[in-house]
Design a protein around this ligand. Sequence first.
Ligand code: FES
Length: 118
Amino acid sequence: MTAGPGPATRHVPVAHAGEVPPGTMLMVQVDGTNILLVNLEGVIRAMQGTCSHEYFELDKGFITGDSITCALHMSRFDVASGEALDPPAELPLRTYPVTVVDGRIVLELPEGQVPVNE
Ligand code: FES
């Protein structure tokens, strides 16, 4: 068996699921890059932790339905897709696949620098 082509990925445990109860978010760091975990009704998602508009930590904002709102200029981002829903932000947030393994939140990230839109 040979592995198919494609970027190499790594699986990085970042927190325990109990640290992010439904309706909350938690900022974690991987290699110095902020990543925001958001629990919407029991489903945990991961996205870049700083805004795609200017450098501002998104855990200072708030969960607004299926989106999060950046507290600096109030752009909303879809939690599932990262899409920017309002100006002034235009770029989506990068999102990262999440699995929960034995109660631990594990991110699937490419090898090397964590990709972020800015
Ligand atoms: S820094 Fe987030 S909307 Fe401007």
